[in-house]
Design a protein around this ligand. Sequence first.
Ligand code: NDP
Length: 479
Amino acid sequence: MSFEYAPAPESRAITTIKPKYGHFIGGKFVAGSKHFPTINPATEEVLSQIALAGKTEVDAAVKAARKAYTSTWSKTSGKERGKYLFRIARILQERAREFAVLETLDNGKPIRESRDTDIPLAAAHFFYHAGWADKLEYAGLGSSPKPLGVAGQIIPWNFPLLMLAWKVAPALATGNTVVLKPAESTSLTALLFAEVCQQAELPAGVVNIVTGDGTTGALIVNHPGIDKIAFTGSTEVGKIIARSVAPTKKSVTLELGGKGANIVFEDAAIDETVEGIIDGIFFNQGHVCCAGSRLLLQENIAEEVLHKLKKRMEKIRVGDPMDKNTDVGAINSKEQLTKIVELAKVGDAEGGQRWSPACELPKKGYWFAPTIFTGVTSAHRIAREEIFGPVLSVLTFRTPQEAIEKANNTPFGLSAGVWGEKGSRTLWAAQQLRAGVIWTNSFNKFDPTSPFGGYKESGWGREGGRHGLAAYLKGVSGE
Ligand code: NDP
């Protein structure tokens, strides 16, 4: 028996979106000169006008961050810094619903995910790093670890507040000040976070937020007043940044793309594995750098897994992100939708067999049905390139060794998953996989205590955990 779901829309009344925003510099909101619209990708409604920072604004933000670093933050004890971080974490919890609604409106992700994953994890990152602020000398990173200075932080649109937390919390805990640029299409929660900084009475200039596009990001990267660059985004831009900072003394951490292998051995618990496959690729519309976008099935169970996977996919609810029953929301932008559509066409042309469940997509906004491609080989572009959408490429293997060879046959190395009952084999596989994060019998589980980052073209350095602290301290490597 199946039940129809009644609509369960979350109200947007809790959030107030201003018609126009400026930048947050030196503890105050300052007006921008040029603006561009930010839209709700589920409806194409213009939500607000976002300021585009140029050289003047970036200079002002770096100056404010330097002043705050020299005069205040570098002289503030770890215990005091920790208090501010705890305060920010508690305010994020208190205002969690407001943040979740705003994130969903601006990003298109389902409210269920922003409410249950993004915002609680963002608060958890501040709590975790608050705990470290007065214990840095016990982190095994030297007896008197010192901050780097001013950190320039550039974040993507897939987890806007969460990526802000991943960057701002460790920087502040270790005594650095920051200039952060959110992604062009998702600036609203970063601007609300600026209000949280004011509410927490964080000293002026410790956190500065400038909004804008890639040109603003490049101004931050190339600014001589910046000591460290922390970037999350595409491998393409990561390479540009690496080239720009190479002749300078700037420290850099890059968290880039991925093409995660999700390996299923013949002894895996199939029903649980199917849930893990769904989580691995359809969570956040597949806009996840560590998504399990390459499914590797042992040949003798492939038919059964695919049968169950398709049945499960028929139950995925795609639609209004503000509906609490929605599983898959809108694609974040028209550009991203175009990229997904084009790569899916390449999958067809290369001979992959495309399948999607019957689902009616909304007329307005940017949508792509959950999709799998079978008959894919390692040479296909959809097995090699990051699609960054709800598209799963399915490959098969016969022996564990073949699974590892196929899984590692990628320019990336961010994440992987292994499913199987036999512990010795899953642990063996985890050791062989060349990826920064490996889940066994689970996927897409995140925790601030656990370092996250990649090998090869997936980036440099780690974020989270003790290793993530190292990336903001002098003389210790981020790896
Ligand atoms: P980008 O890498 O272009 O964007 C990430 C951030 O960097 C944004 O804030 C962006 O600003 C900024 N930026 C862009 N160009 C520069 C530059 N030259 N110097 C400094 N900063 C810059 O990713 P996109 O949003 O364009 O997405 C493109 C593809 O990247 C996606 O299709 C996906 O495959 C991948 N991606 C991967 C992510 C990951 O976590 N691994 C996250 C996001 C995207 P702006 O928003 O204005 O462009």
